[in-house]
Design a protein around this ligand. Structure first.
Ligand code: ZN
Length: 136
């Protein structure tokens, strides 16, 4: 089952500057900062009701976020959907013709298993599926 929009992922050039900007904008401080080595990013998270905002800065100009920033500059990078069973959803969506970037989920930030769908088959929107590994 797909439950809700878990977070919006926003690519930024400076996490320090954007943390301040989004703290001013949203009226809350980020509740965590976390590196994801496999993606060459540092992330920060803001809680906003049932959803979150994730800021992503590339590390040493490497990885998908660095490429994105180079091509398009800062902006909304992905929409993350909270799912109950990520393996089930990946199978289901692949069966419907959606192209998967990751056939198998992998560890992501914020205690999640994650996998991405290719924007080619989702109207240009990069979709992240995420399943909480420690549901409350
Ligand atoms: Zn994300």
């Amino acid at each position: 089952m797909i439950n809700k929009i878990e977070h919006l992922g926003i690519a930024v050039t400076s996490l320090a500057e954007s943390n301040k900007l989004f703290a001013d904008l949203l009226g809350v401080q980020p509740y965590k900062e976390e590196g994801v080595e496999s993606e060459s990013v540092i992330t920060s998270f803001f809680k906003l009701g049932e959803s979150k905002v994730e800021l992503l800065e590339s590390v040493e100009g490497k990885g998908a976020i660095a490429q994105y920033l180079e091509k398009r500059g800062p902006g909304i990078h992905h929409v993350a959907l909270d799912v109950t069973d990520i393996e089930f959803e990946l199978n289901r969506l692949q069966g419907l013709g959606f192209q998967l970037i990751h056939a198998q989920p992998k560890p992501g930030a914020d205690g999640k298993k994650i996998a991405f769908l290719h924007p080619k088959t989702t109207n240009g929107v990069l979709i992240e599926l995420c399943e909480d590994m420690n549901p409350a």
